[in-house]
Design a protein around this ligand. Structure first.
Ligand code: FES
Length: 160
């Protein structure tokens, strides 16, 4: 297998992040957040690298990455829609929003469209419970979301 320039760049970026956080106690979570912040996702090749650098097993690192829904293993779409599925929003119609999103994009939650235009994910509480159901679009929390409004957002996302 050959190593591409982007592999080297990714590895170098991860190594720099590890070096910056190594001094912290139990730095794995901080490092994972920093990787996602810098690279937009936690690439699969980060797992063995972090295991080696932090003297952990690959299973330990993989377990943490997959436990937290915030970490994604591929870049997000140009528009990222996160639908809250925690209790308060669930009681106010979050399931209908999920159905709307899946129907409009043709994707299950957690996936990105093949053209990279949109990612739809679930999240468990956006801190906007009183104004649910809540949805976050590219970091902006929107309350009292309706299927019609969500559909309009997704229409715009998939055509841009
Ligand atoms: S339960 Fe949805 S924002 Fe808190």
């Amino acid at each position: 297998m050959t190593t591409s320039v982007s592999d080297v760049t990714t590895e170098a970026a991860i190594s720099a992040i590890v070096a910056a956080h190594r001094h912290q106690r139990g730095p794995l979570l901080e490092i994972l957040h920093a990787i996602q912040s810098e690279l937009g996702h936690v690439p699969k090749e980060a797992v063995p690298l972090l295991a080696r650098e932090l003297n952990l097993s690959r299973a330990d690192v993989h377990g943490v990455v997959t436990f937290y829904h915030d970490f994604r293993d591929a870049p997000a779409g140009r528009t990222t829609v996160r639908i809250c599925r925690a209790e308060a929003c669930q009681a106010l119609g979050a399931s209908a929003l999920v159905g709307c999103a899946e129907e409009r994009t043709g994707l299950p939650l957690g996936r990105t469209s093949a053209d990279g235009s949109v990612t739809v994910e679930q999240v468990f509480c956006l801190g906007n419970c009183a104004l649910g159901p809540s949805v976050e679009v590219n970091g902006e929390v929107l309350g009292r979301m309706s299927a019609v409004r969500l559909r309009s957002i997704l229409d715009e996302a998939v055509t841009s």
